[in-house]
Design a protein. Structure first.
Length: 335
């Protein structure tokens, strides 16, 4: 009986799922004190994020030894390569949660993830410097290696007690935030529209101001500095842009790329909750509850539809194997 042999790697955009789940769990961690929730509630979501990260990382590694395409070729791919930065970025968030129970383990995981993220960003930039990258290849995922990973690292290193590297990470993130956002806006404005599978990556534009806000509050002990106020204004504008893009998003057929919406939405919710706390809003629990409900609905819808999509894919593969076996049995024997 013939065996099912995969012909290609698992798309790297599947890594957006654990990243989004980790961001979702982080939002619940920030909201729990506001709502008086027990710490075990967000830990449930952290556990789901950790399982998803380990499972998908393992799936990518196992698939990698069963196909002819080299992993380095996938990492060099102009559409998928930058998305691999989600592996260490997710590990940073998981390290912050681990440090709540095991400080040394959390520190090691965060520092290791930051090191991997920095090395990957440097290698990826060096491949871009070869001059073979076309402007049409640029999409929202290009903000992940140097912007998202660096800004998440700024928060993560501070949270686990290795703040000596936090400002350095923040500086890298802010510099490339300006560079890569400018490049992305030029591509989106002056080149053909993104293909549908990459359209959800435009949601990442709202994440840098949100994560930078959380970073600045952490690094400045909740000071209402001019930079954090300026970033808040930019964040509001980027959020309005996303609202204007909703009709285009709604017209898209569902795909696993929809996980690209989850982390940006979670980052915005977390930044808003931080603003409620810093401003000491008397009824902070009301908008916090609303944000959590909306975010949870988004994760539930994307999660359920992703499971349905995966189930249909597995069913299709099983039917293909059965049909292949039936065809082989029905073939006339040759002497």
């Amino acid at each position: 009986m013939p065996s099912a042999r995969p012909t290609s790697r698992i798309p790297l955009n599947t890594l957006a799922a654990p990243f989004g789940l980790a961001g979702f769990a982080e939002t619940w961690s920030y909201a729990a004190p506001v709502l008086g929730l027990p710490a075990v509630v967000p830990q449930v979501f952290w556990a789901v994020a950790a399982v998803a990260w380990v499972w998908l990382l393992g799936a990518h590694v196992l698939r990698g030894v069963r196909v002819e395409e080299r992993l380095v070729d996938q990492l060099r791919h102009p559409a998928q390569g930058p998305i691999a930065a989600l592996v260490p970025a997710t590990a940073m968030l998981l390290g912050v949660d681990l440090a709540r129970f095991w400080e040394l383990g959390g520190q090691v995981l965060v520092l290791l993830a930051v090191t991997v993220a920095a090395g990957f960003a440097a290698w990826l930039l060096s491949t871009w410097f070869e001059g073979r990258l076309s402007l049409e290849a640029v999409h929202g995922g290009y903000l992940l290696p140097t912007v998202a990973a660096a800004l998440v690292a700024a928060v993560a290193t501070h949270e686990v007690g290795v703040g000596w590297s936090s400002w350095a990470c923040f500086g890298v993130g802010v510099f490339f935030w300006g560079v890569m956002t400018g490049l992305l806006l030029i591509r989106l404005s002056f080149r053909p529209a993104l293909p549908d599978p990459l359209v959800p990556t435009m949601a990442i534009l709202v994440a840098p101001p949100a994560v930078a806000t959380v970073s600045l509050f952490a690094l400045t002990d909740d000071a209402l500095t001019l930079p954090v106020q300026a970033i808040a204004g930019l964040g509001v504008l980027m959020l309005l842009v996303q609202l204007a893009l909703l009709p285009r998003y709604v017209r898209l057929g569902f795909s696993l790329g929809f996980w690209s919406f989850v982390f940006p939405a979670a980052a915005v919710a977390t930044a808003a909750i931080e603003w409620f706390r810093v401003l000491d809003l008397p009824v902070a629990w009301v908008p916090t509850t609303v944000l959590l409900v909306l975010l949870t609905l988004l994760v539930a819808v994307v999660g359920v539809r992703s499971l349905n999509l995966a189930a249909r894919h597995l069913l299709g593969q099983a039917e293909s194997v059965l049909h292949a076996a039936d065809d082989e049995d029905a073939a006339p024997a040759t002497s």
